[in-house]
Write a protein that binds this ligand. Structure first.
Ligand code: AMP
Length: 501
């Protein structure tokens, strides 16, 4: 038996001297990355890691951290990355829930985590941004080669906690098949090859940077320019070496704001991909005007890996997330009954396929609630499919506003507000209202300080049914976003909950 994910994705490169990772400190060849992975894998096993044990990690992005992911999988473990923004108090929940064998944190966080690790009987190791710490010291005492621990396609490879805007965060169980099959599908869909160099500026505690980017480039034997974080300056400095880039929408708006980003500086780039949050149609158009290239927008989630994509060859339509990827069975269904809807009707996206996770870690009820009887996963994303088959996401089901008993889809209202001169962007939310149950409220970021609420109201009055028109228009400096660029509507709802009381 093989190790399904490791052997499929991290198999040795035909040219082991080829550069896998470019960093500010130098280049790491495929051979060097494998050697590093082998040392770490041998160390993890020596520390007591048995097949199926979790390795929970909160650490800054580095080559060693990425090798720790590959090593955990190779050693038969389950990789559990945690957002670097979580506090020790938040970590306590994740560690208590997942009961890892090994916990890896920065030296700075170690003191706070020591008692938690002791309580759950986990071994605590440290790893800092400069790759120092007890983990690398221990790994250097081991040597490869290390034979991959056999694991089957249905065995767990990773647990990623969802960001959990309502209730507790849930651990999505991803098996070897989920991750490997998605990388294989993306290789074909986006035509990645060993000739590709991806500009990688995403965090690697999230599915986007870790799996969509990391697994895909390892699978095709390509290279990554592996940088700690995004800045437009750094992106432009490295772009000449890259062929492709993956980013969240903010990467693209920041690039467009940079005067150095032009048709000439991006001319050699084969592909720009966006996901994890909606790319404004306006950004898509501006990008095409500036560079002559259409951003390829795709849609996925932690639980499902990537599920739809605009076409590589063909019309990449602004504001849409394209078609289901090969092997992904997608339907748009009535949120209540699960009955499939006609094209043009708004419903909830439900999915089935090799990409769809196994369920939530130790939450059988939440898992059962999230799947239909016929095995389709209920994503919670509301969408509509047009007659050409393009899927457009209109928002999360929990962001749907019900005002006076009528459904208001925030995206429809946001799209109209965003088209008004002087508006940069907007978020439309529902807040409690005595008469209507919920009232529609627009939170608007202006780029013209003179723009008045009355102007926005007047612009909407002729276009929108009365029940969809905001009962209040509030101006703000910036919308609250998480590290993946997603607007935090729950935060906005909380901030404005008392508006009509
Ligand atoms: P996460 O699990 O953090 O990757 O978040 C997944 C959620 O991000 C999805 O359920 C969608 O609500 C949202 N999302 C991801 N990609 C897109 C996209 N291209 N357009 C709109 N929403 C997206």
């Amino acid at each position: 038996m093989t190790n399904h994910l490791y052997d499929g994705v991290f198999a040795p490169h035909a040219d082991s001297s080829k550069t896998f990772l470019h960093t500010a400190d130098g280049e790491i060849s495929y051979a060097a990355f494998t050697a590093l992975t082998d040392r770490i894998a041998a160390m993890l096993v020596a520390e007591g890691l048995a097949p199926g044990d979790r390795v929970a990690v909160q650490a800054d992005k580095s080559v060693l951290l990425f090798a720790l992911y590959a090593a955990t999988v190779k050693a038969g473990g389950v990789y559990l990355p945690l957002n670097t923004g979580y506090t020790p108090a938040e970590l306590e929940y994740f560690l208590g829930d997942a009961k890892p064998r090994i916990v890896v944190t920065s030296t700075a966080a170690a003191a706070a985590i020591t008692p938690i690790a002791a309580r759950i009987g986990a071994r605590l190791m440290t790893l800092d941004a400069d790759e120092s710490g007890s983990l690398s010291e221990a790994a250097m005492r081991h040597d490869g080669p290390f034979d991959a621990v056999p694991r089957g396609s249905e065995d767990l490879a990773a647990i990623l906690y969802t960001s959990g805007t309502t209730g507790r965060s849930k651990g999505a169980k991803l098996c070897h098949r989920n991750l490997r099959s998605n990388a294989e599908v993306l290789r074909e869909a986006w035509q990645f090859s060993t000739d590709d160099t991806l500009l990688h500026m995403l965090p690697i505690y999230h599915t986007h940077g870790l799996f969509v980017a990391g697994n895909l480039l390892a699978l095709v034997g390509g290279s990554m320019i592996f940088l700690p974080k995004f800045s437009a300056d750094t992106a432009l400095e490295w772009m000449p070496k890259a062929t492709t880039m993956m980013g969240v929408p903010t990467f693209y708006t920041r690039l467009l704001d940079h005067e150095g980003f032009t048709a000439a500086t991006s001319a050699h780039m084969r592909l720009f991909i966006s996901g994890s949050a909606p790319l404004l149609a306006e950004t898509h158009r501006q990008f095409e005007e500036t560079t002559g290239k259409a951003i390829l927008e795709r849609y996925g989630m932690t639980e499902t890996n990537m599920c739809t994509s605009n076409p590589f060859d063909g019309d990449r339509r602004a504001g849409t997330v394209g078609f289901p990827l090969p092997g992904v069975d997608l339907r748009i269904a009535d949120a209540g009954t699960g009955a499939p809807l006609e094209d043009g009707e708004i419903g909830i996206i439900e999915l089935k396929g090799d990409n769809v996770f196994l369920g939530y870690w130790e939450m059988p009820e939440k898992t059962a609630e999230s799947f239909r009887d016929d095995g389709f996963f209920i994503t919670g994303d509301m969408a509509v499919r047009d007659s050409d088959g393009y899927v457009t996401i209109v928002g999360r089901d929990k962001d749907l506003i019900i005002s006076g008993g009528l459904n208001v889809y925030p995206k429809e209202v946001e799209g109209m507000i965003d088209d008004i001169d002087g508006v940069l962007e907007s978020a439309v939310i529902g807040v409690p209202h005595r008469d209507f149950g919920e009232a529609v409220v627009a939170v608007v970021v202006r780029d013209d300080a003179g723009l008045a609420a009355a102007t926005v109201e007047a612009a909407l009055a002729s276009q929108l049914a009365k029940f969809k028109q905001p009962k209040a228009i509030l101006f703000t400096e910036a919308l609250p976003r998480n590290s993946m660029g997603k607007v935090q509507k729950a935060e906005l709802r909380k901030a404005h909950a008392g508006l009509f009381s």
